[in-house]
Write a protein that binds this ligand. Sequence first.
Ligand SMILES: *Cc1c(COP(=O)(O)O)cnc(C)c1O
Length: 480
Amino acid sequence: MSGVNNDKSDYLRRLSSVNDLIQAVYRSRKGGLKGIPRELVAEASRAVIQGIRQAILEARDELSLKEIKTSAEELAPMVEEEVEKRLSPSLRRVINATGVVVHTNLGRSLLADTAVEAVRNVASHYTNLEFEVDEGRRGSRQMHVRQLLCQLTGAESALVVNNNAAAVLLALTAHAQGKEVIVSRGELIEIGGSFRLPDIMAQSGARLVEVGTTNKTYVEDYRKAITENTVMILKAHTSNYRIVGFTAQASVEDLSALATEHGLILMEDLGSGTYVDLSEQGLPWEPTVESSLKGGADLVTFSGDKLLGGPQAGIVLGKAELVEKMARHPLARAVRIDKLSLAALEATLRIYLDPLAALERIPTLRMLTQDLQKLRERAENLATLIRKTAPTLLVEVVQDVSRAGGGSLPQADIPTWTVTLQSQNRGAEWLEERLRKYHIPIVTRVKNDRVIIDVRTLLEDESSIIAEALGKITSSVQGE
Ligand SMILES: *Cc1c(COP(=O)(O)O)cnc(C)c1O
C-alpha cells in the first residue's frame, strides 16, 4: 500500500506543469494553434492537468498508475482535444432513429426547406419586420402571418406568440384574471412536466373551477358551475394521453351553445393543432383547427412545432375583439415571437395554401404519412448497408410501431418497419450507448435486447451515416 503511495508522489512530481504543457501544445503543431486564444489553451491545459492529478490520486494499484501519462509531450494531444471540445457547439445535430416524429427532447419538428431558407434570409438581412414598406411607417410583426392564418382557417383574427404555453397564459391573463374559468377534470393536463394547466391558471390569476370526473364530464356539469364570476369555459385537448373506456366529454358544439347562452368565452387549447385531417391518411382522428373554430370555439390555441410542422410558436385564432385584447396586453410583449421563428412560421403556413403539397414538403407530415411499403424498402436498404459495414452484427428487418410523440396523436400505434441489431458478444445497451456517443449522436431504442432503428424518422443521408458508425463501432471491439 505504501508502495503505491510512494509511487503516487513520484507520479505527481513528474506531472508536467501547466506552463510546460502549454509550451508543448504550441510546439506540437506547426504554426501553433492558429486563431485559438491562448487563454483557452491555458484553461484546457489546467483542466487536463487537474484530471491527471485526480487519476493519480485515485489509482488503486501500480498497474493503473502505469497507464497514466505525465509528460507534457504525452499530454499535449489531450489538451488539443479539450480545446476542440470547448470550441465546438453544444447544440448540434443528432440522428433520430426512434421513430418518434415530434420528439420533444430532439427538437420536435424539422423545418421545410422554404422555411429554412426564410430563416436564413431574415437572419442575415435587415427586414420589414415591423415596417410597412408601402406606407413607409411602423407596422406590426403580426402582419406577416395574420391574414394568412385567417385565410387558411377561416378565423376572424390571429396572433402568434413564443409558444403555446405562452398563448394559453396570455389568453387567461388577458381575459380571466381574477375571474373563474371552468375546466373538466378529465382535461387538467400536464405536458412534459413543465406545462400544467392548473399552474398556468394560477400564474394568470384566473380561478380554476373543476367540473365532472376524470372520465366523464357532461354539459350539465359545466352549466351548474357557472356563477356571476365565470368568464370562460376552457377545453383542453388531452394531447398526450387518452381516457378510454367508460367516458363522456362535452363537445365543442354543446359547450359553444352554453357559452353563448351565458355570455362566456369558449376557449379550446388544441395543443398539437393539426391543419390537415390526418385521418384521411390513415392516422387517428385529431380535431383540426378548422373543426374547432367551426364548432364554435371563440379562441383556439396550438403549437407551431407539433403537427403543424413549423418552428416553436404559439398560435391564437378567434374572434377579433378577443384576439385584439390579448395583443394589447402588456404580457404580449414578454411572450412575443422572435423574427426567426416568425420567418419560419410564415413560410410553413404558405405551404399549407396547397394542403396536398404540405404532406410532401413539411417533414413532420411527410414522416407521419409515409407509405408502409416505402418504409419497408428503406429498412431493407439500411439492413443491406449495415450487413456490409458491420458483418458481425445480427441484422433483421422487422415490422413494429412508431409514435407521433410530442403530445400529438396520443397512444396511436403507427405501423412501421425497423432494422434490429444484435451484437454477438455485447449487450444491446452497450451498442445503444456507442451509437449515442458517436460524433453525430445516433439515438435508438432498445427492446428485447436488440437495438431498434426505426427508419420513419431518418433523413436521406442518415442510413449511410448509421452504417458507417456501426462499422467503426464493431471493428473497434474485434479481438477483444
Ligand atoms: C404541447 C401542449 C402545450 C404546450 O405547448 P408548447 O408549444 O410546448 O408551449 C399546451 N397545451 C397542450 C394541450 C399541448 O399539447
